[in-house]
Ligand binder design. Sequence first.
Ligand code: CMP
Length: 139
Amino acid sequence: MSKEHTLAILKPDTVAAGNVGNVIRVLEKSDLRIVAMRMIKLSLTEAKGFYAVHRKRPFFQSLCRFMSSGPVVVMVLEGKDAIDTWRNMMGPTNSEEAPKSTVRGQFGTNIERNAVHGSDATETAAEEIAYYFPGIDLI
Ligand code: CMP
């Protein structure tokens, strides 16, 4: 696989804990490049739109309340196999099970407050990037 883009979100727990710089440092030491970045506060409706694929899941309401509870940092990451590379750096979804060598293991708390998000496939990455960076011109 050649150069790829993925969406990363530093979730409200990461921003509230003052860990934005720490996650950026991890990224800057990696083979991925941050090519776009914004800090935003999601409305409940925007959070529900972003996580619509999970709308039937029991955790949906709580997840969306959490994601709209404070500012987040959204980023586009670029690199070779960026989607899998970032997912491996994040670690498992549940921070309680994530190794300390991973971002979720180091900065997250549990399965909901898990510090960061990453796209899971090429199509979702394109949709998720467009959700937060409409019209962005990625080469
Ligand atoms: P994320 O990678 O942002 O994608 C969907 C999110 O839903 C996931 O991280 C978790 O924060 C959350 N999530 C997934 N499964 C559960 C669960 N069983 N209980 C609570 N939250 C969950």
